[in-house]
Design a protein around this ligand. Structure first.
Ligand code: SF4
Length: 212
């Protein structure tokens, strides 16, 4: 994605909850089903607008946890920044892929400014989701004419582990019929720095403070 790997983009990643229905081994924010709470919409607005004023104004990524566990909060967040010209994305694990109502939810989110969905999938997510749900999520995103981006974790920079080989294989399989972008992140600090240099150098991370 040009906007994420051009090197000159300044954006915001805002972690609004640590609640997730998955329990991935590598989860950066240690999200889990037993964690509760979402960032209040007024706090979201204030912290996002402050960051935008500071020049982080190319994109905003709303992330958790799994934000789609509470779509009404997502609507509230997007309404708060509805009139701000910034590309708006949401990260999700796609658990809702086989739930028809999410087609309409995505449509309504697009109507209030959502630009795209970042779908997390890799070796570590695989035990928690089946392919049909993923395909359903992809279908709903594309039929709503939203941008689709995959996001996966790699453990090595030379794809030398079994997990990484599986991740690449799985993502390639899903991407084959469609034309979309992939973001790879790493759990390894050195590697993360290198890979992120191209697209998150100027990203402001805002964390929900109630890590209950
Ligand atoms: S789906 Fe994402 S947020 Fe949830 S546990 Fe896995 S990595 Fe963490």
């Amino acid at each position: 994605m040009k906007s994420f790997n051009g090197g000159f983009m300044k954006g915001i990643r805002i972690i609004v909850t640590y609640q997730c229905n998955f329990l991935c081994h590598h989860c950066r924010y240690r999200c889990a089903p037993y964690k509760r709470g979402f960032m209040n919409q007024d706090e979201f607005e204030k912290r996002a607008l402050d960051a935008i004023k500071d020049g982080y104004n190319n994109y905003i990524i709303i992330e958790g946890g799994e934000v789609f566990l509470n779509p009404s909060m997502l609507f509230k967040y997007l309404k708060k920044i509805k009139d701000i010209e910034i590309k708006k994305y949401v990260v999700t694990n796609g658990f809702w892929g086989n739930l028809d109502i999410y087609f309409r939810i995505l449509k309504n989110l697009k109507d209030i400014g959502l630009a795209g969905i970042i779908l997390e999938y890799d070796y570590f997510h695989k035990p928690f989701i089946d392919e049909d749900k993923l395909k359903g999520a992809i279908d709903k995103v594309l039929k709503n004419d939203l941008e689709l981006i995959f996001k996966g974790i790699l453990l090595t920079d030379d794809i030398s582990t079994y997990e990484d080989i599986e991740t690449l294989k799985e993502i390639k399989k899903l991407m084959r019929p469609i034309n979309c972008k992939v973001i790879f992140e790493s759990t390894d600090k050195k590697f993360r720095t290198e890979i992120h240099k191209r697209w998150t150098l100027d990203e402001k991370l805002i964390l929900f403070k109630n890590n209950a």
